[in-house]
Design a protein around this ligand. Structure first.
Ligand code: HEM
Length: 241
């Protein structure tokens, strides 16, 4: 089933009847499959609550303003070569010195596509840190770079960066859809976030637009919207100001 209406998207994302499609639990220790069986993103119920709380504690120890200025400084230091900057800054804040393996591990993290490269990247990260920090780095990587990429496409001269990011989140989300399994029927549900963000029925006259679902909603929304925005804004400041 494909969900495109804003109200239905919110209802599905708020209902524990709908869970992330289950991931295999029998991956060999230290592999991508093994990691996916141990993260908040793909777990449910009390396990999800416990793992998510651990992530919230780690995120609570980070200062978004500090991430923003570090991302700006590193973007300038690299002469505008911004790829990898958000992940390097987040990694440094979480005590991970070398984030070079993150892109290869992140590539299969959401899709579940396994490969020797992804497994080697996960093994490399496990030498430096534990599962919760790796979770944050893998979740953050592609989404934050996608937001920056999309914002750069919409940027105009002398643009207010925070306004540019707000508009980009609403109109051009880096994650276009999310999936759930209906535990009552066994059916798969795809929530089209782009369509939901544009649903005229959800227009809010006080806001002047449809409130976006780009960071998710309900039971398991993104726990790090401030961090994502800070990292993206810092990079854009380093590039555009
Ligand atoms: C523009 C950047 C980002 C976007 C658009 C984004 C969006 C999302 C969305 C939509 C979800 C929920 C997925 C679902 O309901 O199926 C999610 C989950 C998550 N995000 Fe983000 N995210 C971004 C950046 C980040 C960053 C920077 C971090 C970490 C510092 C992060 C950490 C997480 C985590 C850990 C989860 C899983 C939550 C859970 O398991 O309960 N995200 N994100």
């Amino acid at each position: 089933m494909l969900i495109t209406r804003h109200a239905e998207a919110e209802a599905v994302l708020s209902d524990t009847r709908y869970v992330p499609p289950p991931v295999r639990q029998d991956g060999e220790e230290g592999t991508l499959a093994w990691l996916r069986a141990r993260v908040s993103r793909f777990s449910t119920g009390e396990t999800h609550t416990r793992r998510r709380r651990e992530l919230a504690e780690l995120l609570g120890g980070l200062d978004p303003a500090g991430l923003r200025s570090a991302a700006e400084a590193l973007t300038r230091q690299r002469g505008g070569d911004w790829r990898g900057v958000p992940t390097a800054v987040l990694g440094a804040a979480l005590g991970v010195e070398d984030t070079g393996a993150v892109p290869a591990a992140a590539a299969g993290y959401l899709s579940g596509e396994e490969s020797p490269q992804a497994d080697a990247a996960v093994a490399e990260l496990l030498k430096q840190t534990g599962i919760p920090v790796i979770t944050l780095l893998l979740q953050a990587h592609a989404a934050t770079e996608g937001l920056i990429e999309n914002a750069l496409e919409h940027a105009t001269p002398d643009q207010d960066i925070d306004a540019l990011l707000r508009e980009t989140l609403r109109r051009d989300p880096p994650l276009k859809a999310t999936r759930r399994l209906d535990t009552h029927t066994g059916g798969e549900v795809t929530i089209d976030l782009v369509a939901a963000n544009r649903d005229p029925a959800a227009y809010d006259p006080a806001l002047g637009h449809v409130p976006h679902l780009t960071f998710g909603h309900g039971v398991r929304p993104c726990p790090a919207p401030e961090h994502a925005l800070a990292l993206a804004a810092g990079v854009l400041e380093g590039l555009l100001k």
